[in-house]
Design a binder for this molecule. Structure first.
Ligand SMILES: Nc1ncnc2c1ncn2[C@@H]1O[C@H](COP(=O)(O)OP(=O)(O)OP(=O)(O)O)[C@@H](O)[C@H]1O
Length: 756
């Protein structure tokens, strides 16, 4: 017979306990449930299993003295990593050592960050409160003993006194439990905020987001930043506290149990070690299943986001049916994995439930003969049962929390993988510069100095950019352009042409620092009166910049394209979420346009580190922010003044990528360009959606603004606006000859070019 708390201990705490008992979590099934569990269990309800995984913070909280962050044991058969085939999808199961390494790598930085003093103080407070809760539990254990003794002895006076002690205990204990949970969750939130800012900073630095996306390095980084970080911080704290609590609990209650009957302790130890080994064996596939579940859910959500973002194209194609199929396929994949996860969880739970129930009658059965022979009082039975359950919980953390631990392991794995990718992104720039494209920034003085042979050095004739012996490859190492050398001087407008897929956009990618696969040198000449560093990402690690007397070199790191000097316009302009003013100020003054940067509108309680990224950006030099009149004028310059009245002025907010035509968006992008006034702009088919008149007008505007431009395009009309043409032919893999040629564009040659 299983002793129900209702039968043994008809106190108010058992009411809550019995309710919780109906849930899936079966903690102690006899009297004297630890008070901490009672408080925590009230927050846990019988949610569907599919949602339960997200609730493991609650589950863990339920067992403040019954959970420990014991990691998954390694599979003894495999040394490092084991291949697992789940739902037809191959992925490597990380070994214990990798999990530990990743956990430490992800968790540690915050505790050594600028916020460490505050964080450590809060952590100490949480630990102190946790200690307090254990003390209260021990107190309740003794209270329970005296309470039942009074009951058994029919001592009404003593019984009433114990009842009052109980009530007093509740009044004093509840605030400690509530405050402990509040302090822990506040700290978890603080930790999460710091980590979110830390990860976002590294994700956006050095165009890492671009590399991850364009080379499909890892899946769903957004989900890792949003969901996994939240889960990680909450659960890591809960696990740590639970481990600490279990250790204290173990010491406190072991004494009690030893005092009653020492052999019980030994039986309990053997039982829990055996149970742990079996549960580890039965649940070994859960880490992979949890990992894949995270991925598949995120894939499904991403599919829906893509439908939203491409609503018009899909509607034009009438692609609803295909989208439905694609989305269902993704959902089915998540569904199938979850089904497998549920089956594995069910199998494990058969064992864990049996494990929980089987042992329950043991302490009462062993101690009862001592009571019958008069060696102990009645209350001691209750006390030993309670102490036994505490210790059993402490020893059985892995068994009770295996599913939570496996889900947490999956989170560690995903975050650790993400962290490794972010680290490798910043360290690739240290790879061999002879095997990658080297982007260099060189300070020059524009003084009329002649070299000894009477010629003018390149930096003195207004050279903006020099490409030397550049061989450009795709990330998959296919050669696109071989041995390209060219110089771009001030007002020397270059048109890049070539057949589709020949590598025109890729050349701009290399010039913008996005691609570094290949070899050769790209040199930007920076006037000495300018600080060249604003051209480079302000977050570029100093170890990546090799500085000599007059040169700043950066191997493979991207330049900051919203710098004063170089600007890049893609074919499809990017419309930020926000007002028309924010569109125009993007990206040069983007942070100034965000209302958050106005201290009067700063939300209360904002953490200092959440503002650091913005502050760092604010530190870089940039031109004066344009006034409203200037914004109006530039809109007129690109013939978009009518947009103001149509959409309610500069400060109206719309989904601009939907309400503006592609040609209007391209004109808006030119407005940004005219406001930023760079010296050099790289245009990738940036007028492809415009009529010829508008195209000619925009080119006249940027030429009049003194901007030198390099354009990629196919249209015949583009020749009218450029001085030279770089033609790239599709690379023949068997050829070792250069596949490009440069010609001047003269009125006489226009006819020939049109035939290329
Ligand atoms: N991330 C990538 N990984 C591997 N190959 C890529 C990647 N991006 C582009 N490529 C390949 O590089 C080649 C050149 O692409 P690029 O976009 O530079 O062509 P393009 O000359 O601009 O073509 P179009 O005129 O059609 O725009 C293409 O064959 C393309 O498949």
């Amino acid at each position: 017979m299983i002793v129900q708390p209702k039968q043994v201990q008809p106190l108010s705490i058992s009411t809550t306990y019995n309710l919780s008992y109906q849930c899936h979590q079966h903690f102690h099934v006899n009297g004297c449930i630890p008070f901490s569990k009672v408080i925590a269990m009230s927050t846990y309800s019988s949610k569907p299993r599919s949602r339960r995984r997200r609730n493991w913070c609650n589950i863990i909280r339920c067992s403040s003295s019954a959970t420990t962050p014991t990691p998954l044991p390694p599979n003894p058969d495999k040394k490092k990593e084991e291949e697992s085939d789940v739902g037809g999808e191959q992925r490597k199961v990380p070994d214990l050592q990798t999990l530990f390494r990743r956990f430490w790598k992800v968790a540690a930085p915050y505790w050594f960050s600028d916020d460490k003093v505050q964080a450590r103080l809060q952590l100490a407070a949480v630990f102190a409160l946790t200690l307090g809760t254990t003390g209260i539990s021990v107190g309740f254990n003794f209270l329970g003993r005296d309470f039942y003794n009074a009951l058994a002895n029919k001592d009404q006076e003593q019984f009433t006194r114990q009842l009052l002690y109980y009530l007093g205990g509740f009044a004093g204990g509840i605030p400690v439990f509530v405050l402990r949970d509040y302090a822990r969750e506040t700290l978890a939130l603080r930790w999460r905020s710091w980590m979110t800012s830390y990860y976002m900073e590294r994700f956006l630095k050095n165009q890492t987001f671009y590399k991850i996306q364009s080379q499909s390095i890892i899946d769903n980084p957004d989900q890792r930043i949003v969901d996994d970080l939240s889960s990680f911080t909450g659960t890591a704290l809960s696990f740590s506290l639970t481990l600490f609590n279990a250790a204290v609990d173990l010491v406190s209650f072991s004494n009690i149990l030893y005092g009653v009957y020492p052999p019980l302790f030994v039986v309990l130890l053997v039982y829990s070690i055996g149970g742990t080994a079996i549960s580890v064996f039965l649940g070994r596939g859960l880490v992979t299943l949890n990992f894949l579940q995270e991925k598949k859910e995120a894939d499904f959500r991403y599919g829906l986001v893509r439908v939203r973002e491409n609503a018009e194209s899909i509607a034009f194609y009438g692609g609803e049916g295909s989208e439905m199929q694609l989305l269902l396929q993704r959902f089915r994949s998540a569904f199938e994995n979850l089904t497998q996860l549920l089956i594995s969880s069910r199998n494990l739970e058969f064992f864990t439930s049996g494990y929980r129930y089987l042992i329950q009658i043991l302490p009462a059965a062993v101690v009862a003969p001592m009571y019958f022979s008069g060696k102990i009082e009645f209350g001691v039975i209750n006390q030993s049962v309670s102490a036994f359950n505490h210790i059993l919980s402490d020893f059985s953390l892995i068994v009770y929390q295996f599913q939570a631990i496996s889900a947490f392991s999956a989170v560690i794995d995903r975050l650790g993988e993400f962290d490794d990718v972010l680290d490798s992104s910043s360290s690739t720039s240290l790879s061999n510069p002879l095997e990658e494209i080297c982007v260099t920034y060189k300070k020059v003085k524009y003084t009329p100095v002649l070299e000894s042979n009477g010629s003018t050095p390149p930096e003195n004739c207004g050279t903006l950019l020099e490409i030397d012996n550049l061989t450009l490859k795709t990330p998959s190492k296919a050669i696109l352009v071989r041995d390209l050398s060219l110089v771009i001087n001030d007002k020397d407008h270059l048109l890049v042409t070539g057949s589709s897929g020949s590598g025109k956009t890729s050349l701009l990618r290399a010039m913008a620092g996005l691609w570094n696969t290949g070899k050769g040198q790209i040199t930007y000449y920076v006037k000495d009166d300018e600080d060249p560093l604003p051209l480079i990402s302000s977050e570029t690690p100093t170890r990546d910049i090799i500085t000599d007397n007059n040169t700043n070199k950066e191997h493979g790191n991207p330049i900051k394209r919203n710098s004063r000097r170089t600007f890049f316009l893609p074919q499809r302009p990017y419309m930020v979420l926000g007002t028309l003013r924010e569109q125009l100020l993007y990206p040069t003054w983007a942070e100034d346009a965000i209302p958050m940067s106005d201290s009067s509108t700063k939300p209360n309680g904002v953490l200092p580190f959440l503002m650091t990224a913005q502050n760092a950006e604010n530190g870089t030099e940039k031109p004066r922010k344009p006034l409203t009149d200037e914004l109006m004028k530039v809109l007129a310059d690109v013939r978009l003044e009518y947009v103001l009245s149509r959409f309610g002025g500069l400060d109206s907010t719309h989904e601009w990528s939907s309400v503006l035509s592609l040609g209007e968006q391209q004109r808006l992008a030119f407005a940004r360009l005219l406001l930023s006034k760079p010296e050099l702009v790289l245009l990738d088919e940036s007028t492809s959606a415009l009529d010829e008149a508008n195209e000619a007008h925009l080119y006249q505007q940027i030429a009049a603004a003194g901007i030198t431009y390099v354009s990629v395009g196919h249209r015949r009309t583009l020749f009218d606006h450029h001085n030279r043409n770089l033609h790239i032919s599709t690379m023949d893999p068997n050829s070792s000859q250069p596949n490009w040629c440069i010609e001047s564009i003269t009125p006489d040659s226009l006819y020939n070019f049109s035939k290329l």
